[in-house]
Design a protein around this ligand. Sequence first.
Ligand SMILES: Nc1nc2c(ncn2[C@@H]2O[C@H](COP(=O)(O)OP(=O)(O)OP(=O)(O)O)[C@@H](O)[C@H]2O)c(=O)[nH]1
Ligand SMILES: [Mg+2]
Ligand SMILES: [Zn+2]
Length: 311
Amino acid sequence: MLRRSVFDPRESGNRRMIVAQVRGASVVLWDGARFREATVAKRARTAASVDFSFVAVGDRVAVEGDAGAVRVTSIEPRQSFLGRVARGSQDRIQVLAANAEQAVIVASVADPPFRPGLVDRWALLALRGGMTPVLALNKVDLSTRAAAGRLVDEASIPLEAIYLSAVTGEGLEDLRSCLAGRTSVLVGHSGVGKSKILSRIFPAEEIVSGELSGKSGKGRHTTASARMYLLPGGGHVIDTPGVRMVPIGPMHYTEVAEVFPEIHGAPLCRFRPCSHRTEPGCSVKAGVESGTVPGVVYRRYLRLLEEVGTE
Ligand SMILES: Nc1nc2c(ncn2[C@@H]2O[C@H](COP(=O)(O)OP(=O)(O)OP(=O)(O)O)[C@@H](O)[C@H]2O)c(=O)[nH]1
Ligand SMILES: [Mg+2]
Ligand SMILES: [Zn+2]
C-alpha cells in the first residue's frame, strides 16, 4: 500500500479560495466552507497584468496563513472575465467578474425601458471574455409575458431569453434552472432588478435592493460592489452594480458583427473584411434590402461601429 507522503507545509498553508468580494485593499474569500477576510500580498499585485483589474470577484487565489490571518499570495489566470473599459482610461479593463460560465444580462420591460442596444453591448463584452450571454427580461408584471416576448422578437435579440418578475415570482423557476450548477454573473443597468431577483433566489441572504428609502422617499440602495452568492446545489452567482455606460472599448469591427447572427452569417461580401457600411457588393446591405437582415439589427450594428471605427 502507498504511504501518504510526508507532511508538506504548503499543503495545509497554501490553499485555493475564491474571491467573493473586493473591499478596497482587502478581499472576502470563500474557502469552501465559510467566508473570511484576507489581505493581498504585494507580490500578487505586482504579478498581475496592468491592463486589467488585478483582483476581481470570482478570481481563484492561492493563500497562506491560518485561521487568524489569511493572505492572498497569487491570483490564478482567469478562465473568463467580464470587463469594460475603466473610467478615465482607454486601455485599462475593469473586470466586473471573473471565471463565470455565463453572463445573465438583466433588463426590464419598463422602468427603466428595454434597450436592445445595451443587450448587444453586454453580449459583446461577455463573448469577448469567454462567457455565454443569456438575457433575463425582468418586470414582466409591468406589462404582459406576450408583450415582453414581442419586445425581444422585434429587436431580433439572438440570445436565450428568460422572462420573469421578481415581484410576482413568475418565471423565477426558469432562471433558477438556468443558474443551477453553473457559475454566473448578473449584469445590467441600475434599477432593472438584479438584486431583487437574487433576493428571491437566496431568501436567507440579506440582499439590499433598490427600494426607495429615507423619509424623503429619495435615495436608492443600489449595489455598491460586486458580490458572490452560493447556490445550494453547487455553482455561484455574482451580483454586480449597475453601470451607467457600457463602453465596448477597443475592438475590431469584425468582432462587432459576431454578436449579430444575421450579419455574421450573411453570405460572403465582395470585399473582405467588409465593414458592411459603404463597400460595393456587400451581402449584408443586400440582406437589409431583401429583408433577411432586420433593419433594427443593422442600425444597431452601425451605431456600435461609430464607436469602434472601421479602420
Ligand atoms: N414591478 C417590478 N419592480 C421590480 C421588479 N424587480 C425589481 N423591481 C424594483 O426595481 C427597483 C430596482 O431593483 P434592484 O434590484 O435594486 O435593481 P438592481 O438592478 O440591483 O440595481 P443596481 O444595484 O443599482 O444595479 C426596486 O425598487 C425593485 O423593487 C419586478 O419584477 N417588477
Ligand atoms: Mg443591485
Ligand atoms: Zn459587407
